[in-house]
Design a binder for this molecule. Structure first.
Ligand code: NAD
Length: 474
């Protein structure tokens, strides 16, 4: 457990292992937190709240800005740590660490922007509104983008004057712990940011249930999100849920096919396919399908799979054994149940460095039947199912045939098609001729089983502020 950068031993006295997914070697051990540890962290956050809430927005921003600067200076070292615990190639880790700094800097810029309003009331004088921080907030985050998602939570929460207790994913707490120490080094007062490591069902649940926690921001699987929402409802707490997705990519007959292939390669295989907004289903017009699939196959065969610490690696391992077993079984089932044709990939690589970790070949599956699990479940790994459609109406109908609604991309040069896709695709974010790009400047979140609420963008501060109305009769 860490109270504002200072390590504190967990009450249980127990530790759990952090494994490098590329080698299966032990890299570190962290305390296995308990309910008592959560209470200590919540108390620390509660004691720090008054002082932090009364600091000026500029004072708060100054500290976050200094922290972002230190993170940039230590980017290379932090990226190595992230790759070792998460598995992604070093270039992706550097990108994510820069993303962390960029998000903090963005929120520093918003520091003074969220204030109340003046409202004239006809025949009754006027009213004004005041925005107040909520108090102690909780953040629960996953292992796929631990640094970036940490920034999405701490940026708006802390800049608005709240204090926070963060629970990292059990597989990737090391980068989060180091980033918290950096915030402390930058001048964050004791108790403002606290981290409790440990199992989700103990640390996560007691955090959600803790009476002093006013708001929970959760990112993870839809199933866990539902449990969090249930517990939060019992305490009448605010909750933001950023859950899974099964993002479609729609490739029209007039699309720039070279660009679409590059978009699909990055969209599906970045972070070994473990991105909430990865391309998880690809719909291509049948008139260009053969040409497109050939180019895509060639691109996939060129991807270099290996330990993310090595040079020139395009794709690392899956993050953990559970995910690896899931992907292996899914692809075995495709073969056994005749649920598509595996064009390339589909195996665990057996040679060299890849024989030790949770590696899986980047895989392309065509001729996928509409009821296949590949199209129904959130496939969090390097497997891309491709479905042929006759036109845009069919593509949109198939794309919307999911319980999720996080992102969707449409690839076309035709303005009418682009307009129709933007109007009719059910998703929180629509990309035109790109996929995956996420920026803190714009709202991010999904519809349906992809969650409730939005992160990022100027409105995200409202998620961490209470509104009070004062009415004055003149
Ligand atoms: P997960 O739901 O298993 O775990 C997420 C976090 O919740 C972890 O810290 C975990 O320890 C904790 N947790 C587990 N059980 C809990 C409980 N009962 N109560 C409280 N907390 C609990 O998800 P994961 O496997 O770590 O992450 C992958 C999922 O996250 C995918 O579905 C992915 O799409 C989603 N995701 C969504 C976004 C987004 O912004 N929409 C971003 C990244 C990842």
């Amino acid at each position: 457990m860490q109270i504002n950068g200072n390590a504190v031993e967990a009450h249980s006295g127990e530790f759990f292992d952090i494994i490098n997914p590329a080698t299966c070697e032990l890299i570190d051990r962290v305390p296995k937190g308990t309910e008592d540890d959560v209470e200590v962290a919540v108390e620390a956050a509660s004691s720090a709240f008054k002082g932090w809430a009364s600091a000026s927005p500029q004072q708060r921003a100054r500290i976050l800005y200094i922290a972002a600067g230190i993170v940039r200076q230590r980017k290379d070292e932090l990226a190595v740590l992230l790759t070792r615990e998460q598995g992604k190639p070093l270039a992706e880790s550097k990108n994510e660490i820069e993303g962390f700094a960029h998000v903090l800097e963005y929120y520093c810029g918003l520091a003074s922007s969220s204030h109340g309003d003046f409202v004239p009331i006809p025949q009754n004088g006027y009213a004004f509104t005041v925005k107040k921080p909520l108090g102690v907030c909780a953040a629960i985050i996953p292992w796929n983008m631990p640094a970036l998602i940490m920034a999405w939570k701490i940026g708006p929460a802390l800049i608005s004057g709240n204090t926070l207790v963060l629970k990292p994913a059990s597989n990737t707490p090391l980068t989060n712990l180091t980033l918290a120490s950096i915030l402390s080094e930058a001048g964050l007062p004791p108790g403002v940011l606290n981290i409790v490591t440990g199992p989700g069902n103990i640390v996560g649940e007691s955090l959600v249930k803790s009476p002093k926690v006013k708001k929970i921001s959760f990112t993870g699987e839809a199933r866990t999100g539902k449990r969090v929402a249930e517990l939060a409802a019992c305490g009448m707490k605010r909750v933001t849920l950023e859950l899974g997705g099964s993002d479609p990519m729609l490739v029209c007959d007039d699309a720039d096919l070279e660009a679409a292939v590059l978009g699909a390669l990055r969209g599906r295989f970045y972070n070994c396919g473990q991105t909430c907004t990865a391309v998880k289903r690809l719909f291509v017009f049948e008139t260009v399908a053969e040409k497109f699939i050939k180019k895509l196959e060639a691109g996939i065969r060129n991807l270099r799979v290996g330990n993310g610490m090595h040079e020139n690696i395009d794709m690392g391992p899956l993050n953990n054994r559970r995910q690896w077993e899931y992907i292996k079984k899914l692809v075995e089932d495709v073969e056994e149940k005749d649920e598509g044709r595996i064009v390339t990939g589909g195996r665990v690589p057996e040679n060299g460095v890849c024989s030790k970790g949770f590696f899986f070949e980047p895989t392309l599956v065509t001729d996928v039947p509409r009821e296949s699990r590949l199209l129904k479940e959130e496939v969090f790994g390097p497997v891309l199912p491709v479905v042929q459609v006759k036109d845009l109406d069919e593509a949109i109908e198939e794309a919307n045939n999911t319980c999720y609604g996080l992102g969707a991309s449409l690839w076309t040069k035709n303005l009418d098609k682009a307009h129709k896709g933007c109007e009719q695709l059910n998703a929180g974010i629509i990309w035109l001729n790109q996929h995956l790009k996420i920026a803190p400047e714009v709202p991010f979140g999904g519809t349906g089983q992809s969650g409730i609420g939005r992160e990022n963008g100027p409105d995200s501060l409202s998620e961490y502020l209470d509104l009070k109305t004062v009415m004055l009769k003149t």
